[in-house]
Design a protein around this ligand. Structure first.
Ligand code: HEM
Length: 453
């Protein structure tokens, strides 16, 4: 395992990724097999340079360098072509804002994710997890991906908007979100920027779904303002109530709109993908599945899980943490340098793109022994303490760390416990799924058979 050493005295290994082509660089490898390609790179160096077309981009493969990038958010800001393409969709919210404005925005949005509010959102999670786990028919195959996405869409929509318009919002979000997520990814990886402008059916579907989501958010904002009934306990109320401690400022309707769109895009598919992977992994690991069933039976004794049970569902949480390690939904994100700087002894000019890949770090054998194996107990406190800072980053790190981490962990723990309390999820023999590195690292359709326990 890698040991800590002062960064200034360390001899960092730099490398150019192998396999580059004269004009395209590594763009084809990244396009075809990004996971395999990226995961092969730590073997070459602590900081690996690759070329996407003529552009050099840098991939830190050592946890200390990853940590350095994440905690220096002023120098390693969000930026680059991916951010520019995300702006027409997300506006200027937490994900797209630059460093200075991000700090103000984070102060304003953070109160919506305080522990007391999570406890309120958890009531929605309890209800929806119970509804999900009672809706299936014994022996009838389900598409786990579809079910988990429907569940997290319902939870997030109701946590955001707790009005009687929520069922309508849920239906709209379920319909529009997958189309928007898919289209946003297609645009993000299109190096020409022309794809979005072509008169394709897929583009029309995307534009229509994005317009509908925008209209839905506007209606929810209008409804909240018209009703004027104070704190409803939902995220929207918290955003309207938020006041900046430093400046006394509040958010405009447009800013609230952009934050809501950001939360919808960041919070639903991520949690659903990781839950789907968790069921897939449990289906292939009977010992872990048995340990999950044993914990759920002991803690819940046959009843539905409640928020207060979450701390005692420790194995359930470890299962989810391990699914996040093997299949981190945010498998790749980017930063762009705002000024000339040095990373691992290498000079980076201003506007250099840096890739951060939780997938690469999580599968490095130098950081996680036997990295391909599903071993929830590697997250037992006495073993987890050996994991280096910057090695495990399913929620990112530094000032841009996921604002919904506790929300997502709570939701996933309740979902796993509610379902595992009732069902054994039987894999269908010879079902093969491959991770699809898109906006999230999704599993695609995953058919499993719920059997009563
Ligand atoms: C298991 C589920 C989730 C995973 C794996 C995940 C992962 C991440 C990661 C890696 C980042 C940092 C990206 C970066 O540094 O560029 C992030 C940011 C963010 N996430 Fe999550 N997320 C999850 C669930 C959620 C949920 C449930 C919500 C909201 C309800 C949410 C909202 C956000 C927002 C708003 C940001 C931007 C934060 C900022 O820049 O201040 N996420 N997420």
């Amino acid at each position: 395992m890698r040991t800590a050493q002062h960064p200034a005295t360390r001899h960092w290994r730099h490398a150019l990724a192998p396999g580059g082509l004269p004009l395209a660089g590594h763009a084809l490898l990244m396009g075809r097999k990004p996971l395999q390609f990226l995961a092969s790179l730590p073997a070459y160096g602590d900081l690996v340079e690759l070329r996407l077309g003529p552009r050099p981009v840098f991939l830190p493969c050592h946890p200390e360098l990853v940590q350095q990038v994440l905690v220096n958010a002023r120098i390693y800001d969000t930026g680059g072509p991916v951010k520019e393409k995300a702006k027409p969709i997300l506006g200027n919210g937490l994900i797209t804002s630059d460093w200075a404005d991000h700090r103000r925005q984070r102060r304003l949005v953070q109160p919506a994710f305080q522990a007391a509010r999570i406890a309120t959102y958890a009531e929605v999670m309890e209800e929806e997890c119970e509804a999900e786990s009672t809706a299936w028919t014994a022996g009838r195959p389900i598409d786990v991906s579809h079910e988990m996405l429907a569940l997290t869409a319902r939870v997030t929509a109701r946590a955001l908007f707790s009005t009687d318009m929520a069922p309508h919002a849920v239906a709209e979000i379920q319909h529009c979100l997958p189309i928007v997520v898919e289209g946003a990814y297609r645009q993000a990886i299109d190096p020409t920027g022309l794809l979005a402008k072509l008169p394709l059916a897929a583009n029309r579907r995307f534009d229509d779904a994005l317009t509908r989501l925008n209209q839905l958010i506007d209606r929810m904002i209008d409804d909240y303002k018209r009703a004027d009934d104070g704190d409803r306990g939902d995220v929207l109320s918290a955003l309207f109530a938020a006041q900046d401690d430093e400046t006394g400022g509040t958010m405009s309707d447009q800013e609230i709109h952009d934050q809501v769109m950001t939360l919808l895009l960041a919070g639903i598919e991520t949690t659903a993908s990781a839950l789907t992977w968790a069921w897939f992994l449990l289906g292939r690991n009977p010992r872990a599945e048995a340990a999950l069933h044993a914990e759920v039976d002991e803690v819940l004794g046959g009843r539905a899980p409640r928020y207060a049970d979450v701390p005692r569902l420790a194995y359930t949480q470890r299962v989810f943490s391990e699914a996040l390690r093997l299949f981190p939904p945010a498998w790749l994100f980017t930063r762009t340098t705002t000024e000339a700087t040095e990373l691992g002894g290498r000079r980076l000019p201003p506007a250099s793109d840096v890739l951060i890949s939780p997938y690469v770090m999580h599968r490095d054998p130098a950081l996680f022994p036997d990295p391909e194996s599903f071993d929830p107990d590697r997250w037992l406190p006495e073993r987890a303490k050996d994991v280096a800072r910057g090695a495990y980053l399913p929620f990112g790190g530094g000032s841009r760390k996921c604002i919904g981490d506790v929300f997502g962990m709570t939701e996933a723990t309740l979902a796993l416990a509610a379902i595992a309390g009732r069902w054994r999820m039987r894999p269908i023999p010879r079902t093969k799924i491959r991770p699809r590195p898109q906006m999230s690292l999704t599993a695609g359709p995953l058919r499993m058979i719920p059997e009563p326990r």
